[in-house]
Design a protein around this ligand. Structure first.
Ligand code: PMP
Ligand code: GLU
Length: 391
C-alpha cells in the first residue's frame, strides 16, 4: 500500500531490544527463560527521586517546558559536570533529550552530511552505526581485539582518518566490552586529533559503574579536547532510571546545541516535565549513597560471573573494568547468532550475539540481574557447552 522511504527500509531494529523483547514474550508464554540480554539495572529508582516526581505532579508541573530543559535542570547538569568531570559548561551548552539515544540521534543529524565518515571502534554498541547510516554518513569501523583490551590505540586511530572523517565515537566504559580508557590513553588519542576538525562523541553513560581504575571524561584531558568533544550522558544506567527517559548532551559549541534544539523542537519538544524535576535530585548528589551501593552490587556480581564463566571449558572473558556486561569469547568459527538461538531454544538462556556488536566469536551477557539468576544462568550455559560445544 505505502511506498516506504529508502532511509527507513535500511534501518534495523535495535538487536538488544529485539532479543530482550523476544525473551520477555517467551517468558509470558510460560517458557522458563533467564534473560541476560537487556542492558538495564534490576534496581528500583531511589525513593528520593520518586518522591520528587510525585511532588512535581502534585504541584501541577505538567505543562510544556523549554525544549532544551528547564533552567534548574540544566544548572544541575552543569554543576555535576563541573564537580565530577572537570567539564565547564554553561546552560546554553546543554540539551536534555529523551534518553542518551535521542542525544546521539540529534548529534548525528546535526553533524553528518551524505558521505561523511564516522569512526566507530568495534565492537560497538548496536545503535551507533544505525544512526550514522540514517543520517547519510558512512561507518568506518576500527577493529579492536582482546590483545589491545578492546581499545583503540593512537596508531589505529591515525590509520583510519581520511579527509572525510567527521567524528569519532568514544564509549568509556564500553558497551559491550566494559573497557575503560585511562587518562594517558585519552591524552594519546587526543594528540592524534589535535590538528584535525574531527569531533569526539564521548558516550559516558556508564561513568558511575567503574570497578577498576578511575573514570576520566574525554573532554577533560585538554582544552583542545574540550572544544571538540560532545559529551553524552544520562540517568538510565547510573541511577536505575531507564524508563524515565533522561539523557543529555553538552558541548562547547552553543550553536550546535541550538541547532539540535531546533531539531528537537520539531520532533519531540521537551522531555517529560516530571522527569525533569526528579532528575535534579539525581544530579545534585542526593542519592550518591544509593548509586554507590548499586555499583558495589554490580562489582560483586561481576566478580562471581567472571570467575564462573572462565571456569567453563570453551568460554573465556576479560574482566570488564566498568558497565555491566561480559563480552564472552565462544571461539572462532562459531556463528554467534546460531549459538544464541540454540542456547535460547535448548536452555532458555537469552544472550546477545557478538555479531550485533560487529564481532563474531563472542556473546554479550548482562549481569544487571540478581546473583541467583546469574548463577542459574551460568549453570545452564555450562551444561549447554558440555552437551553441544564440547571443546
Ligand atoms: N549509550 C550506551 C553505551 C548505551 O548502552 C545506552 C543503552 N541504553 C545508551 C547510550 C542509551 O541509553 P538511554 O537512551 O536509556 O539514555
Ligand atoms: N543500551 C542497552 C543495551 O545495550 C539497552 C537496550 C538499548 O537501548 O539498545 O542493552
Amino acid at each position: 500500500m505505502f511506498l516506504y522511504s529508502n532511509r527507513i527500509r535500511n534501518l534495523n531494529e535495535s538487536a538488544t531490544i529485539a532479543i530482550s523483547t523476544l525473551a520477555a514474550t517467551l517468558k509470558s508464554q510460560g517458557r522458563d527463560i533467564l534473560s541476560f540480554s537487556a542492558g538495564e539495572p534490576d534496581f528500583d529508582t531511589p525513593e528520593l527521586i520518586k518522591q520528587a516526581a510525585k511532588d512535581a505532579l502534585d504541584s501541577g508541573f505538567t505543562k510544556y517546558t523549554p525544549v532544551a530543559g528547564i533552567p534548574d535542570l540544566k544548572q544541575a547538569i552543569a554543576s555535576k559536570l563541573k564537580r565530577e568531570n572537570n567539564l565547564h559548561y554553561e546552560e546554553a551548552q546543554i540539551l536534555v533529550s529523551n534518553g542518551a539515544k535521542q542525544s546521539l540521534f540529534n548529534v548525528f543529524q546535526a553533524l553528518i552530511d551524505e558521505g561523511d565518515e564516522v569512526l566507530i571502534p568495534s565492537p560497538y554498541w548496536v545503535t551507533y552505526p544505525e544512526l550514522v547510516t540514517y543520517s547519510g554518513g558512512r561507518n568506518v569501523f576500527i577493529q579492536t581485539s582482546p590483545e589491545s583490551s578492546f581499545k583503540i590505540t593512537p596508531a589505529m586511530l591515525h590509520e583510519h582518518i581520511t579527509p572525510r572523517t567527521k567524528a569519532l565515537v568514544l564509549t568509556t566504559p564500553s558497551n559491550p566490552t566494559g573497557m575503560v580508557y585511562d587518562r594517558a590513553e585519552l591524552e594519546a588519542l587526543a594528540s592524534v586529533l589535535q590538528d584535525t576538525n574531527i569531533a569526539v562523541i564521548a558516550d559516558e553513560m556508564y561513568e558511575k559503574l567503574v570497578y577498576d581504575g578511575e573514570f576520566v571524561s574525554a573532554g577533560s584531558v585538554s582544552e583542545d579536547m574540550f572544544r571538540r568533544t560532545i559529551t553524552i550522558n544520562g540517568l538510565s544506567k547510573s541511577v536505575a532510571m531507564t524508563g524515565w527517559r533522561m539523557g543529555y548532551c553538552a558541548c562547547a559549541d552553543s550553536k550546535l546545541i541550538k541547532l539540535m534544539t531546533n531539531l528537537q523542537s520539531q520532533c519531540t519538544s521537551n522531555i517529560n516535565s516530571i522527569t525533569q524535576k526528579a532528575s535534579i535530585i539525581a544530579l545534585e548528589g542526593k542519592v550518591d549513597a544509593q548509586i554507590e551501593s548499586m555499583r558495589q552490587a554490580f562489582l560483586e556480581r561481576r566478580n562471581i560471573a567472571v570467575e564462573q564463566i572462565n571456569a567453563i571449558n570453551g568460554l573465556s572473558v576479560l574482566a570488564p573494568q566498568g558497565a555491566f556486561y561480559l563480552f564472552i569469547r565462544i571461539g572462532d568459527g562459531l556463528d554467534s547468532m546460531e549459538f544464541c538461538k540454540q542456547l535460547l531454544e535448548k536452555e532458555g538462556v537469552a544472550l546477545v550475539p557478538g555479531s550485533a556488536f560487529g564481532m563474531e566469536g563472542y556473546v554479550r551477557f548482562s549481569f544487571a540481574c540478581s546473583t541467583q539468576q546469574i548463577l542459574a544462568g551460568i549453570e545452564r550455559l555450562a551444561r549447554f557447552m558440555a552437551t553441544h560445544f564440547r571443546a
